[in-house]
Design a protein around this ligand. Structure first.
Ligand code: ZN
Length: 385
């Protein structure tokens, strides 16, 4: 058995937005799974890895709910390699595909999109860029897909429907039966919302989203162009869809909708995505930046912003992670205020609008980052023994 102990933790953010802070100073892990959380838990003498957090903050590994992966750690959109590993250095331990839409020569027939989704799902089951987990293979809806196709994809490991609106299925009438089939086989369904993102995609209104009935309103604040604020309001107040705030969207609408979400009591529905790579670029710290944006300019508390990027997303995507609790996968991040920040710890830095400093990233009980190459250095450095 392989055991790990986090001790001398200053603050534990649970990932559970109903109870974001856990009273405790230590976390005990056995074979990649969290076994105990609290004060003085675990057995240091039998630990294979001891991380003395020096009074800093531990959060669940962040989940990027919206990434246009292809295959491998490469994107043809910006001709970059290593962009997924770079996200892991920003505290992201799970990256969820919103559709492999940037594949050069992407097939647009039912057999082709089905094959691509299965291939991407299976290849990312065998490949962890920088140690991070990728949920690849988000099928893009094209005309002609059948119920049998969804059954086959689910059987072969496809868990998600990529953003509706990126393929030839564009109207709510065309999408609705496929959404139903996808949900029946257990998939989570995302829908592009707002203006056209790239040539070939289309403008999606609130009414179209409501009629299509997905699980997730992708980039409520635009990807990159936002819906009018009245439409965003309708989606917040009149539906129970998960609401994604994306980095590569409209920051004004992110702030406006953040305020409405608090007013509507809808904080548990918010998830955070990068929507990179896109025309906006590759953004390794996009998830941290959206957390900062929401926590610094809306009534959303910094620990709640962390939960929006962890436990909320895990719940919507049916993943056994994103929450620090017994039985969950041990995907964790140690973070602190960056040197020079007005904040004294990670949450105060986030509330002040600063990117927190990521010190350690763990996936399934194994340390995959021991010094982030992308965030500034922390005020207090954990000791690893
Ligand atoms: Zn989109």
């Amino acid at each position: 058995m392989s055991c790990a102990l986090f001790k001398n933790i200053g603050t534990i953010v649970s990932g559970d937005i109903d109870e974001p802070i856990i009273n405790g100073d230590s976390i005990w892990i056995e074979d990649g799974v969290i076994k105990a959380v609290g004060n003085g838990v675990g057995d240091e003498s039998s630990a294979d890895l001891v991380i003395d957090c020096a009074g800093t903050t531990v959060t669940p590994g962040l989940i990027d709910s919206h990434c246009h992966v292809i295959l491998g750690d490469f994107t043809s959109r910006q001709n970059q390699i290593g962009f997924l590993e770079s996200e892991v250095h920003g505290g992201v331990t799970t990256i969820i595909s919103a559709g492999e839409v940037h594949l050069q020569g992407r097939p647009k027939d039912p057999a082709g999109v089905k094959a691509l989704a299965i291939l991407a799902a299976k290849s990312f089951q065998n490949f962890r860029p920088g140690g991070g987990k990728v949920i690849g293979g988000a099928v893009i809806l094209e005309k002609g897909l059948t119920r049998q196709d969804f059954e086959e994809m689910a059987r072969e490991g496809v868990r998600t429907v990529g953003e509706i609106g990126l393929g030839s299925v564009k109207t709510a009438e065309e999408a609705a039966p496929m959404v139903q089939w996808a949900k029946e086989v257990g998939m989570t369904v995302m829908m592009h919302t707002g203006g056209t993102s790239i040539p070939g995609s289309s403008v999606v209104t609130a009414d179209m989203v409501i009629k299509a009935n997905p699980d997730i309103v992708s980039h409520l604040n635009g990807g990159p162009t936002a819906v009018p604020i009245e439409e965003a309001k309708k989606l917040i107040y009149e539906t129970d869809f998960a609401l994604e705030i994306a980095h590569c969207g409209n920051p004004k609408v992110a702030v406006e909708t953040g305020k409405m979400i608090v007013d509507a009591g809808a904080k548990s529905r918010v998830i955070i995505g990068n929507d990179a790579p896109s025309g906006t670029g590759v953004v390794p710290l996009g998830i941290l930046r959206v957390m900062n944006l929401l926590a610094s300019l809306t009534p959303i508390r910094p620990e709640e912003a962390v939960c929006m990027a962890t436990g909320n997303t895990a719940r919507v995507h049916k993943l056994n992670r994103g929450i620090i609790a017994e039985g969950r996968e041990a995907d964790l991040v140690v973070m602190d205020a960056p040197m020079g920040s007005v904040g004294d710890d990670a949450l105060a830095a986030i509330e002040a609008g600063d990117n927190p400093a990521v010190s350690i990233v763990m996936v399934d009980g194994k340390m995959v980052v021991n010094k982030s190459r992308n965030t500034p250095p922390p005020k207090r450095k954990p000791m690893v023994g």
